[in-house]
Ligand binder design. Sequence first.
Ligand SMILES: [Zn+2]
Length: 237
Amino acid sequence: MPEWGTERQHLIEKAKVVVIGAGGVKSTLLMSLTAVGIGKIRIVEFDKVEISNLNRQLLYSTDNIGLSKAECCEKRLRDLNPNSTIELVNEKIDSSNIESLCDDFDFVVEGGDSPASRNLVNEFCLSKQIPFTHASAQFNYGYVFSVIPMLKTACFACFFPKDHSRNETTGPVPVSVLSTSIAGSLGASEVLKWFMGYHDSMFVNRRLCFSSLLLSSEFTVKEQSRNPGCPICARYY
Ligand SMILES: [Zn+2]
């Protein structure tokens, strides 16, 4: 493809990405990033595979039930592309380990299922000037956006001002494989746009939202400029 080419493929080979979580959205995202040949991917995931995961978490199969997601995921991705370096970290990300987990990487993908991890990643990436993508799906809908701290773009807390406590308040919600797969593909495209140099087409200061309802599908873009009163990015910009 002319917009891809050998030169950009080499940029992808040098890329180092941390992905927080390896659930539904990240299944599609991780398989996409591995298949295209991202050079190094570190996966931070502490959960075990359950039967209820299998309707959307495409990395796993019935013989993985009860096993560590990180280990199953690593094997699946290594089998998919042995030329990518896949590292697993069987830990929950928190304020004590985030620096050692992310500091040597060029890009972070998050979308964790708790406000605590989302806001932790947001603040860490702002403080270290590491770009990141948030890719998320719930029920029949989802959204994707990116934050580029060196360009002072809207941060996670600008998008979700009521979600910047570090409380672990959210629980599991229903989600379909259609939503997780779309969000995973859109998230992977944000990562590739960053490394291939297509920064202008990334979803920064705007959020790409979709609905994968069986009877009415739609994509919409919601603009979100940086909130000058945002208490989070104001500390770093
Ligand atoms: Zn902000």
